[in-house]
Design a protein around this ligand. Structure first.
Ligand code: ATP
Ligand code: MG
Length: 560
């Protein structure tokens, strides 16, 4: 795809086009996606992934995957593996090997020494409390550390001693010497290195000092020849520090940072820390619980990579923050599945129907399309027998006006089959309806009945030729538009108690005995459902509801 063949997708793309046409940027465009492996990726990360890989693709460049791994205590191999899988599943390929900021620890250490030698960094012995006090605040300038003018030789020796393990956690730090009166707090002699006796998932116990994010990131970008370092708006105030680092060392390349707005979705939490809490405290069944806004949770629920990429395209990329309606994400998956999902019938709450005029032991095979608008998807066989199941909700004894389903002495068509009329309601000893006795009209396969009109069309399965299934009806995890907005409250108070309804004993047509694992099905009249391979076993199929056919929340929102 050539960059000038069509309109820019977003402001970053236009910016790069301008840089190229004015000659400010020459050569390849190189971006990176830099997750910290301290949790699983969520839908917010998808925005950043689509942007970084998308920009590289648009300009025929490259995008790296780099783990920003400077906090060993919070990180793990499990997260690294999950993140790699998620990026690939979304359909993106990073350039070359996976990279780690920890690959550059030696180089970063070298640049720290360079800063010390230039008199631009010093070892400071203030305690954390003292440092906070010396730092001042937005109204008052900070004060210089008493160690600020420590001679270069002494700084070099102390920094080496920090590395050699001669000091304890928190005893000393290395700081940049910038400006304690700067209105930008990030420039008030920020910490570059701290002591941390922690085993690192990549470097083991090689280091007991670790560089801070703000020092690591620009250097890692430069080491990889990143040209455009795209990050979210909260780093805007860090950009002067990003530039200071690169302007005060001799980097192998000179990347530049550009910020864009984070994705905020209503009814959703997009913070790894908070999502981790939901997992750790058992509010959900793990990071890939289908209710989680994680990429792995969405995958488990039946979201397709295409739908997530379409969603990211729809929301665009801009400078101003804002909140996106989660309904847009649901719209994107419905759009994708509507055109591609195979159709099938599933009776969620089975009610037995006996066709009194259909001979016992007889059956016939109906042939139904897999997709009504796409012949290429082929057909499926659905057996018609004397005993069937329909959904309990599709029958009432006293129908309201305009009832479009079954009622006593009324007729409905069974999807793809015949028209039948209800003649008798059978009850158990407690008065519960346990069966309907109906008559089918043998002249109605594919044609309208003569002399009467059926009420509507309902779905069904044959008793003997259907398979039992459990159904997980998932709904939004939170019932509050911005679950983490109230300062004194706790976001877990807004968990939706009805986010999961489990139905057992549902029945699916027998063409689903070995369900597809690549795409959800549309269960006619019910919604989209994805086979849950990990929860199913030989005796029982489990399906997860990806999304309903229509947005059932839109009306509710308008009412309030
Ligand atoms: P979290 O608060 O969930 O931990 P983070 O920003 O700390 O998010 P990182 O692993 O550091 O998570 O993020 C990797 C990249 O993804 C960063 O460039 C970050 O800016 C971007 N990113 C994270 N959350 C969002 C979001 N909600 N919208 C867009 N980009 C995001
Ligand atoms: Mg982060």
């Amino acid at each position: 795809m050539s960059a000038d063949s069509k309109k820019a997708h977003n402001f970053i793309e236009s910016l790069i086009k301008d840089e190229i046409s004015s000659g400010k940027h020459t050569g390849k465009v190189v971006t990176r996606f830099p997750p910290e492996p301290n949790g699983y990726l969520h839908v917010g990360h998808a925005k950043s992934i689509c942007l970084n890989f998308g920009i590289a693709d648009t300009f025929g460049g490259e995008c790296n995957l780099r783990f920003d791994d400077t906090n060993p205590e919070k990180e793990s191999q499990e997260y690294i593996d999950a993140i790699r899988q998620d990026v690939q599943w979304l359909g993106y390929e990073w350039a070359g090997e996976v990279r780690y900021a920890s690959d550059y620890f030696d180089a970063i250490y070298g640049y720290a020494v360079e800063l010390i030698e230039k008199g631009k960094a010093y070892v400071c012995s203030l305690t954390a409390e003292q440092m906070a006090e010396y730092r001042g605040n937005l109204k008052e300038p900070g004060r210089n550390s008493p160690d600020r003018d420590r001679p270069v030789e002494e700084n070099l020796k102390l920094f080496q001693d920090m590395r050699d393990g001669k000091y304890q956690n928190g005893e000393l730090v290395l700081r940049a010497k910038i400006d304690m009166a700067s209105p930008n707090m990030n420039l008030r002699d920020p910490i570059l290195y701290r002591i941390r006796y922690a085993e690192h998932h990549q470097t083991g116990d090689k280091w007991c000092i670790y560089p801070m994010y703000d020092f690591t990131h620009p250097i890692s970008d430069a080491m990889e020849g990143i040209t455009h370092s795209l990050c979210t708006l909260e780093f805007e105030d860090h950009r002067p520090l990003y530039d200071w680092v690169l302007d005060n060392i001799t980097p192998p390349a000179r990347p530049h940072q550009t910020e864009f707005a984070r994705l905020n979705l209503n009814y959703t939490i997009t913070s790894k820390r908070k999502l981790k809490r939901l997992v750790d405290e058992g509010f959900v069944d793990g990071w890939n619980d289908p209710r989680m806004p994680t990429i792995s949770g969405m995958r488990h629920r039946g979201y397709t990579p295409k739908s997530i990429r379409t969603f990211c395209d729809m929301i665009g990329v801009n400078k101003a923050g804002g909140t996106v309606d989660v309904g847009m994400l649901e719209f994107a998956i419905r759009e994708d599945l509507n055109t591609r999902a195979p159709r099938a019938m599933c009776v969620m709450r089975p009610l037995k129907v006996t066709l009194t005029n259909y001979p016992e032991g007889q059956s016939e095979t109906l042939t139904l399309p897999v997709h009504p608008q796409n012949e290429e998807m082929g057909t499926r066989e659905v057996p018609w027998t004397r005993t069937l199941y329909i959904d309990r909700d599709d029958f009432v004894e006293e129908p309201p006006r305009k009832w479009k389903r079954l009622a006593p002495d009324q007729a409905v068509r069974l999807r793809g089959g015949y028209v039948m009329t209800c003649r008798e309601v059978v009850r158990d000893g407690d008065g519960n309806i346990v069966e309907l006795k109906c008559e089918y009209d043998p002249k109605t396969l594919g044609v309208n009945p003569e002399g009467y009109k059926p009420n509507g069309v309902i779905h069904w399965v044959s008793e003997s030729d259907s398979v039992e299934a459990d159904i997980n009806l998932y709904d939004r995890l939170f019932n509050h538009e911005s679950p983490d907005s109230d300062k004194d409250g706790d976001f877990v108070d807004h968990l939706n108690p009805e986010s999961l309804t489990r139905l057992t004993g549902a029945r699916v047509e027998k063409s689903l005995a070995q369900p597809r694992t690549d795409l959800p099905y549309q269960f006619e009249r019910e919604g989209y459902f994805f086979f849950d391979e990990s929860a199913s076993d030989a005796g029982k199929l489990v399906f997860n509801r990806t999304v309903t056919l229509r947005d059932s929340w839109a009306g509710a929102q308008n009412k309030s």
